[in-house]
Design a protein around this ligand. Sequence first.
Ligand code: ATP
Length: 287
Amino acid sequence: MKISLKAPAKINLSLDVLHKREDGFHEVEMIMTTVDLADRIELTRLEENRIKVDVSEGFVPNDHRNLAYQAAKLLKDRYNVSEGVLIHIRKNIPVSAGLAGGSSDAAATLRGLNELWNLQLSIDELASLGAQIGSDVSFCVYGGTALATGRGEKIKHISAPPPCWVILAKPPIGVSTAEVYRNLKLEHLKHPNINQMISAIDNADYPLICSELGNVLETVTFKLYPQVQRIKEQMIRFGADGVLMSGSGPTVFGLVKHESRMLRVYNGLRGFCNDVYAVRVMGERYY
Ligand code: ATP
């Protein structure tokens, strides 16, 4: 038996950091939405009692460091599953990009193994297990559009943003989320207005969504990697309606309503950056 699933990327329409907690994590408030750029996960039952990972990208680990492996191990140990699985991951989402590719692979693995191993866990149980793997995994279990709080694992679903294009541009660097948080100074942050963003989304007010985009990590990543800021400036210059860095970067996304404008932004960016994608928001929950 084989199960095939999509593991979509996310972008952050808002990302705010409130304070550093005693456990070392930062308390965040984020609005996340899924886009239709996805890895493909294939799960095949193995007679052998082991977890095997096979990844299409050579530089992504295929051992216990892989987040999909960790998802399988968590379920296997907790529910005493005695059979094995081969996890084949076809990467389409750029790695260390701020698009939660690894978290989404882990989330898809949780959903898929729940079926393959007939564990009969609810989607909420899977999301709460996901939080043990990483802060973004819970959101990725559901997909859609949500306000994520706590360290990112507390999920409140909100309506989907109105349909639009999303241009993703990733400069040829990988950014470590831990490094960005280490360099974050909590004083003098320009906090995004999360409530205003939620009401803009609820009212399908596209211009307001574009003007309310905000991410407190931008200034940190821009300082460490000035080329990320240059990509943002180019995207604004080519005419995207709203532009923001996703997560801790380095991917910058631009929202664009009309196809002709989308093509101008896409083609313009291709002159500066190899990794450019034109995708759609896919903000409805799939589970
Ligand atoms: P986030 O937006 O959640 O911070 P990201 O998009 O910045 O995530 P990922 O692509 O998820 O980053 O990968 C970050 C690290 O995780 C990389 O160092 C990578 O080697 C490791 N990793 C583990 N499992 C995976 C996976 N299945 N796919 C991609 N990277 C993985």
